[in-house]
Ligand binder design. Structure first.
Ligand SMILES: Cc1cc2nc3c(=O)[nH]c(=O)nc-3n(C[C@H](O)[C@H](O)[C@H](O)COP(=O)(O)OP(=O)(O)OC[C@H]3O[C@@H](n4cnc5c(N)ncnc54)[C@H](O)[C@@H]3O)c2cc1C
Length: 388
């Protein structure tokens, strides 16, 4: 693996950092206090700001209207956004993967014509709906169904913990079209929130508070059959494949939160004086900073490897799962240590560290818990699965 950034990647990092310092970081504190979660008009306003940098269409090839960026460059963008604002990062990761990227690879020409341009311009917000009240890790047991009725599907079921739920216009819903066929009866159908009335209940949570996370109820929701993504019966495999990119990017997000915590701790350690000297001079403080920096770098390198392999289209379940569990757990450890460097101020709501810590901890369950990620790594190494 080539782990040195190219000159172009260094420029992407520098311009994303400058954009975040100028446009995003100044609004985060106020928005996180005021909105739980962001209302739709504000969500669209902030997400549209990210479009010119490539956050929404970066991974979509140019012939689909995207930027055709390499995956490591996209990871660099994601880390810089996460260093600025965790909530917006999760919203963007899910929106870009469940919307433009999935549409480009799985959408019909008609679906692409209708949804791809507004998804790429940030006018349409997207969600991927897999989890349910009774089903998290065991995706094959989902209870949501679609029954054919002439040219329509009638969808019934409840999806839980749906990122962007409530502000989304577009839900890619994983469900059964034929339960008797087991995993071969799983399909994915686009539900357009503007064409079908959905019951939404926001689920308040520990961190990522500006990011909408909702229960979405489909009650006899009537959807045209042409909204089927791919073909019937390939939805399970497609869902598992689709989850790989956001999985690796959640690890990347962990490195961004960890970096934000390091930057805050370093600044504080150089200013705060105790016993007549800056606390940066104490060896135990230096030990904490050193461990934080090394762990974050290790996580970042794992994430670069995973995203590089994703970009090459190589099999990389092991790398994406490793990047996710290691990156998110490093974020929790590093944010916690950074809080120690700040003493009591570490837990103060007047400093951003407590938010970084809450956001980092909230990242552990999505896209497969970290236990499931370990089982995927185990399966790839041992050739036997502990959970299927
Ligand atoms: C912030 C956030 C955003 C989310 N966004 C989305 C979204 O956009 N779309 C979506 O569909 N879902 C989303 N989710 C849901 C997420 O994917 C699920 O939480 C996750 O898959 C785990 O499911 P669960 O929470 O029901 O836990 P469960 O599956 O019930 O697991 C409970 C515990 O049992 C363990 N466990 C389960 N099975 C096994 C096993 N075989 N071996 C060992 N341990 C096991 C788990 O690791 C965990 O510790 C989101 C969740 C969060 C917190």
């Amino acid at each position: 693996m080539d782990f040195m950034l190219t000159e172009e990647q260094k420029m992407i990092k520098a311009s994303a950092r400058a954009f975040m310092e100028g446009e995003i970081i100044p609004i985060v504190g106020e928005y996180e206090q005021k909105y739980r979660p962001l209302p739709k008009e504000i969500a669209i306003e902030v997400m549209k700001k990210l479009v010119p940098l490539g956050y929404i269409g970066g991974l979509v090839p140019e012939d689909g209207g995207g930027e055709g960026m390499d995956y490591v460059s996209y990871a660099i963008l994601t880390e810089e956004l996460a260093r600025a604002w965790g909530s917006l990062t999760v919203m963007t990761i899910v929106d870009a993967a469940a919307g433009p990227l999935d549409l480009y690879y799985s959408g019909s020409e008609e679906q692409k014509a209708k949804y791809l341009p507004p998804a790429l311009s940030g006018d349409l917000i997207c969600s991927g709906a897999i989890s349910e009240p009774n089903v998290g890790s065991g995706t094959r047991d989902i209870e949501t169904t679609a029954k054919v009725d002439g040219d329509y599907y009638i969808i019934n079921g409840t999806k839980e913990w749906i990122t962007n739920g409530g502000v989304s216009d577009f839900y890619s819903v994983t469900l059964y079209t034929d339960r008797a066929k087991g995993a071969q009866g799983v399909s994915r159908i686009i539900v357009d929130a503007n064409e079908c009335k959905l019951a939404i209940r926001e689920l308040p949570k520990l961190g990522l508070r500006c990011c909408p996370t909702a229960e979405v109820v489909f009650d006899n929701c009537r959807v045209p059959r042409k909204n089927l993504l791919d073909q019937e019966g390939v939805g399970y495999e497609a869902t598992m494949k689709l989850l790989l990119t956001p999985r690796a990017l959640l690890g990347v997000m962990g490195t961004g939160l960890a970096q934000a915590a390091i930057d805050e701790a370093v600044k504080y350690a150089l200013e705060r004086k105790q016993f007549g000297r800056i606390i940066a001079k104490f060896q135990l403080v230096q030990q904490m900073i050193a461990e934080m920096v090394v762990e974050t770098k290790a996580a970042r390198l794992l994430c670069y490897e995973a995203t590089q392999l994703l970009g090459k289209g190589e099999r990389c379940f092991k790398e994406c799962s490793g990047a996710k569990f290691y990156g998110t757990e490093v974020a929790v450890r590093v944010c916690s240590k950074a809080m120690e460097v700040l003493g009591a101020y570490g837990i103060s709501e007047e400093y951003p560290l407590e938010r970084y810590f809450r956001d980092a901890r909230t990242l552990l369950p999505p896209d497969g818990t970290n236990q499931i990620q370990r089982l995927i790594v185990g399966r790839e190494v041992l050739g036997v699965s502990a959970f299927v």
